[in-house]
Write a protein that binds this ligand. Structure first.
Ligand code: COA
Length: 203
């Protein structure tokens, strides 16, 4: 059973929009998708050619589409979702497994990269819907948090923080390196946490 069906059965919602935009004071006001038929669901192999086109058009180059295919072939796709209508894939998001070593303990986390929305469908809430659904899926899978390297003005609205990411020893720093923790304090122990492996080849 697909993730969207599980969520909708669990919540009694009839449409993914009803699930993703459940009022939550931390998220701010809800915005519906421009196309109300857009659904968030697990990516399947039959979506792969369309996903390649979505990612290529969103980024305007092949690198990120190649990354997606490389992660799949390396079995490093922890969560892969699409936003799709009955006829077209409009958006895509992928998370890879990320190990965070804290003291002697290894914590499961996820790295978000990439997220893409076809230019014609941008600014209608699809990117945000994919990120919220993907984060929720990572939490369900037992991840303590998510790390992202991306637009400093975009991800904070989903709870990502560059200050929080400072508590991770990683070859990244600055406003574009952000983290989100699902439980308060899960990532905050300064100088004790190190990102050990990820999509960004940190090993
Ligand atoms: C980033 C992206 C996934 C957002 O998807 P979307 O469906 O347009 O996002 P939403 O509709 O949920 O949110 C739109 C908001 O995001 C903002 N936003 C989009 N791209 C942004 C960017 N690069 N920097 C800052 N804010 C950005 C928009 O300005 C808009 O802000 P508003 O709500 O204040 O009007 C999409 O623009 C995209 O595919 N971009 C190209 C690929 C890319 O850059 N991916 C992210 C890599 S970190």
């Amino acid at each position: 059973m697909g993730f969207d069906r599980v969520v909708m059965l669990a919540t009694g919602a009839r449409h993914i929009n009803d699930v993703l935009w459940t009022p939550d004071p931390r998220r701010g006001p809800a915005r519906p998708c421009r196309d109300a038929r857009t659904m968030i669901r697990d990516a399947t192999a039959s979506d792969y050619p369309a996903i390649r086109q979505v990612v290529r058009h969103a980024f305007g180059r092949d690198d990120e589409a190649n990354l997606v295919e490389q992660l799949r072939s390396d079995r490093d796709a922890l969560v892969e979702l699409v936003a799709a209508s009955d006829i077209a894939v409009q958006g895509h998001i992928l998370y890879s497994p990320l190990a965070i070593v804290r003291g002697g303990e290894t914590l499961r986390a996820a790295a978000l990269a990439p997220v893409s929305v076809l230019p014609a469908f941008q600014k209608s809430g699809i990117g945000g819907a994919l990120i919220r659904a993907g984060n929720a899926r990572c939490k369900e899978l037992g991840c303590v948090g998510v790390v992202v390297l991306g637009h400093a003005e975009y991800y904070p609205r989903f709870g990502f923080s560059s200050v929080l990411a400072e508590s991770l020893q990683a070859p990244f720093s600055g406003p574009h390196f952000m983290a989100l923790e699902f439980e308060p304090g899960a990532l905050r122990r300064r100088r004790q946490s190190a990102v050990r492996e990820s999509v960004w080849d940190l090993r």
